[in-house]
Design a protein around this ligand. Structure first.
Ligand SMILES: Cc1cc2nc3c(=O)[nH]c(=O)nc-3n(C[C@H](O)[C@H](O)[C@H](O)COP(=O)(O)OP(=O)(O)OC[C@H]3O[C@@H](n4cnc5c(N)ncnc54)[C@H](O)[C@@H]3O)c2cc1C
Length: 413
């Protein structure tokens, strides 16, 4: 088989970060040869399923310092990187391509079409116009640095290796990747790969049959720690999900992995009320609504069904009125509201968004260029790096930002 011409840039992985790198490079270095090699039979598969099929492209936070606080890993590096490419640049870039984004009340940004296909169509169309060569069913199986500083790339389904001057690894999560041994051979060290952004499996009578009940604001922490995560919570068929739970899963991804996702945690159902304030409310109910049933007086914003269950699980009979409530039972109720202890028995991956914590060690990458500190010409972008964000469009923004920085540097080589 004849050998291929030497490529200026070989992008490994046809996902969000790979496409953005190739598109930006093609814009900045017209006339150079660039190809994307995708393992699967479809490009941009994660973009397709992202954000429940709507693609949460980025987050409406335009201050690099504030933005960087949403990344349990990579915050420091991204803070500087966002000065180079941040959500406002993403919004502007998409607008320039004819894709308008809209902001939801919680800050998440989606295409106005509410369809992830809008992003995919935009990328594929731009790639075609820019002359980027796209290969499907081409898993990279080996990468060797040649004496002249170029790379020899071996692919499944391709007899002759491809030679490239620059290689950008955009493979997403490296969990189970056959590339690991090759990256190790190139002296790229790795932080252990563990899941982030998952729901907690909990079997407990306080929440049985309450699937679908949501609470607008709880505080949740791992037992034995003092840092709590706040936000809405959703009771599911398997346990707990929702932003507060996903935040805890992200910020403590490593610690939770060490427990094999079996760990005790504490929920404060009324984080905006101090215990004294709740006690004062109980006393007031006793004085002014003595004949009212305890289970009929939920404290906002607790959903009624959840309140009824917490009351019952505190040992308070259905027919107990505030006037009849014994002191000990009131104390149980207060504890059940402020420090409800649950046991997680495993995790469920959230269907809207999950990512891998860990990956190529950040210190082995120069974040001014996204180039390996060990191997000139080798770049890393997106989720393969030990960077991950909480839910809300932060993971895609990290992909766009790292891709932009890599493309800019590769274009000047
Ligand atoms: C269900 C779900 C929903 C999500 N929703 C959102 C959201 O709305 N907003 C958000 O910000 N984030 C979301 N995320 C996270 C986001 O999708 C990822 O952070 C993002 O896709 C990372 O981009 P990437 O290009 O680094 O990796 P990927 O998008 O995973 O792309 C990597 C590509 O490389 C290919 N590849 C892997 N190995 C090889 C190989 N050896 N050779 C060739 N190709 C290879 C893969 O097949 C894949 O196509 C979601 C994740 C999931 C799972």
């Amino acid at each position: 088989m004849a050998s291929h011409p030497v490529l200026d840039l070989a992008v490994i992985g046809g996902g969000a970060s790979g496409f953005f790198t190739a598109l930006q490079y093609a814009e900045l270095a017209p006339g150079k040869s660039v190809a994307i090699f995708e393992k699967g039979s479809h490009f941009l598969q994660k973009v397709r399923i992202s954000g429940g099929g709507r693609c949460n492209v980025t987050h409406a936070c335009f201050d690099p310092g504030e933005m960087s606080k949403n990344y349990p890993r990579g915050s420091r590096e991204l803070r500087a990187a966002f000065h180079r490419w941040q959500p406002s640049d993403t919004v502007e870039w998409f607008r320039h391509q004819g894709v308008e984004l809209k902001t939801e009340p919680d800050g998440r940004m989606f295409p106005v079409t509410d369809r992830s296909e809008t992003v995919i169509d935009c990328f594929l169309e731009r790639a075609r116009k820019s002359g980027i060569t796209l290969y499907q069913n081409r898993p990279l199986t080996g990468i060797t640095l040649l004496d002249d500083g170029t790379f020899s790339l071996q692919f499944e389904n391709l007899e002759t290796p491809v030679v490239a001057r620059t290689v950008c690894i955009a493979t997403g999560s490296l969990k189970g990747s056959s590339l690991l041994q090759h990256l190790k051979a190139l002296e790229q060290t790795l932080q252990p790969l563990v899941p982030s952004l998952f729901a907690f499996n909990v079997s407990d009578r306080r929440i049985s049959d309450l699937a679908g009940v949501s609470h607008p604001h709880v505080s949740i922490r791992r037992e034995g720690t003092s840092t709590a995560r706040q936000g809405p919570l959703l009771i599911t068929h398997r346990g707990f999900s929702g932003p507060a739970v996903l935040r805890l899963s992200a910020w403590e991804a490593r610690e939770l992995a060490e427990t094999n996702h079996h760990f005790p945690f504490i929920i404060d159902w009324l984080p905006e009320m101090k215990p004294d304030a709740i006690q004062a409310q109980f006393d007031d109910n006793r004085r002014t609504h003595g004949a009212k049933l305890v289970r009929n007086s939920p404290i906002p914003p607790l959903p009624r069904r959840l309140w009824e269950r917490i009351v019952a699980c505190s040992g308070i009979e259905d027919q107990t009125t505030w006037g009849q409530l014994p002191k000990a039972a009131a104390k149980n109720l207060l504890d059940g509201l402020k420090s409800a202890r649950f046991e997680a028995q495993g995790k469920t991956t959230n269907k809207d968004e999950f990512v891998t914590c860990g990956g190529i060690e950040r210190k082995t990458i120069d974040f001014r260029t996204m180039q390996s500190r060990n191997v000139p010409g080798l770049y890393f972008v997106g989720e393969c790096i030990d960077i991950d964000g909480i839910t809300g469009g932060f993971n895609f923004q990290a992909a766009w930002t790292t891709a932009h920085i890599a493309a800019t540097d590769i274009a000047t080589r």
